[in-house]
Design a protein around this ligand. Structure first.
Ligand SMILES: Cc1cc2nc3c(=O)[nH]c(=O)nc-3n(C[C@H](O)[C@H](O)[C@H](O)COP(=O)(O)OP(=O)(O)OC[C@H]3O[C@@H](n4cnc5c(N)ncnc54)[C@H](O)[C@@H]3O)c2cc1C
Length: 347
């Protein structure tokens, strides 16, 4: 925020949260782009910082047990070396590496991913080359609300702000604010393996993210229960009853059907929008083992001198189930620690 990211405290708790802890752009826009914009505009003004896009690190260089630089394949495909007194590995997770994911968790074979195509986990190979150890590699998260095949994530903040889930029978089937793995399992347990996420026009009019989803034509909609039920292909009477039940839960602040702990919006302003969703690979909690100083731990159980790591390339920070918002907390916190300690090591 001190670098200009326009963040506010986010209303409504996400899956598995006991309090509303999230922060993000005040207009509801996606968080990641705002973080990158703030960091990029600051870093690109520093004369000592060079940003080299379309350049790929192919190897960490080791000398006498210490990491002393990297080999890079440049834009022109030519390889060159950068000598360094310390290296911070921040290459992200492997959520788009379908082969690696299905080898670790065969049940995820064929799942779509919300990740960009470069999230292949190259950092794991780089770290392996200098004797890194790894932790929790099988802890792979499927996010419950993703547009089938397209892999477009419908953010958890839609549920936090009042959205709820409906199955093909037109009924609610789960407390929507349970952790991601539980909600994903509940969706997959439906005969179709899919469900519908319902949001209303009030949210669409007030939230940039929701408006963006609708503008991308990812939802069906209706001006009344009959139209909406038809668009979703669900029994109208069941949908009407489910909506009335949620309305009642919102008013009484008690969800007798599923014990959802929080309903911060009535979610009943027409037109209503329904997104057909299914779980897809979203986050890889496992990776390079680090300590609290963001030093990478080697096979001798001691830090590998000169090598630090932060973010989704690391493992062990989130346990088996990364909670919404905590990836940004992870990269900002451990990124800062890694940077400060790498600078200290370099001096
Ligand atoms: C759709 C979506 C929405 C999300 N929303 C949220 C949210 O609201 N809140 C939250 O907390 N988390 C969210 N996350 C998770 C969060 O975005 C990621 O965990 C986070 O971006 C990881 O940051 P990182 O810096 O570790 O890696 P990344 O952001 O993945 O960056 C790694 C970079 O390293 C580059 N790289 C990889 N290999 C090499 C190589 N060999 N040489 C050179 N460069 C390389 C990659 O190209 C990439 O640019 C979301 C994730 C997705 C996919």
């Amino acid at each position: 925020m001190s670098l200009g990211a326009p963040f506010c405290h986010r209303m409504g708790r996400g899956g598995g949260q006991t309090r509303a802890r999230g922060h993000g752009p005040c207009d509801g826009a996606p968080v990641g782009a705002a973080v990158v914009k703030a960091l990029y505009s600051t870093a690109s003004k520093l004369p000592s910082v060079q940003i080299r896009p379309s350049s790929k690190v192919t190897q960490l260089i080791e000398k006498d047990g210490k990491v002393v630089g990297v080999k890079v394949e440049g834009k022109d495909k030519k390889e060159y070396t950068i000598d360094a007194k310390a290296v911070v590995l921040a290459t992200g997770g492997f959520g788009a590496n379908a082969k690696l994911i299905s080898s670790l968790r065969p049940e995820y074979k064929g799942f779509a991913t919300t990740n960009q195509p470069g999230a292949l986990g190259e950092g794991l190979e780089l770290a392996k080359g200098v004797g890194s150890t790894f932790v929790d590699l099988r802890e792979i998260q499927a996010h419950p609300t993703v547009i089938p095949v397209k892999g477009i994530l419908i953010s958890e903040s839609m549920r936090a702000r009042g959205g709820y889930l409906i199955n093909q029978e037109g009924k609610r089937f789960v407390n929507e604010l349970l952790p991601r793995d539980v909600v994903a399992a509940a969706v997959l347990a439906q005969p179709t393996g899919k469900a519908w996420l319902l949001i209303d026009d009030k949210l669409v009019k007030s939230n940039k993210l929701a408006a963006g989803y609708v503008a991308q034509k990812l939802a069906v909609s209706g001006n009344n229960v009959s139209e909406l039920a038809k668009a979703m292909g669900v029994p109208e009477a069941n949908l009407k009853a489910a909506m009335a039940q949620y309305d009642e839960a919102y008013k009484t602040k008690k969800d007798t059907a599923f014990d959802r702990p929080e309903m911060i919006a009535a979610n009943n302003v027409w037109p209503m929008y329904a997104f057909q969703i299914t779980p897809a690979i979203h986050h890889t909690m496992g990776g390079v083992r680090i300590n609290k100083n963001a030093e990478v731990i080697g096979v001798t159980a001691k830090p590998i001198p000169g090598l630090f790591a932060a973010g989704e390339v690391t493992g062990g920070v989130h346990g088996g189930n990364r909670v919404g918002g905590n990836a940004v907390a992870d990269i900002v916190t451990f990124g800062r620690i890694a940077g400060a300690n790498a600078a200290k090591a370099a001096n």
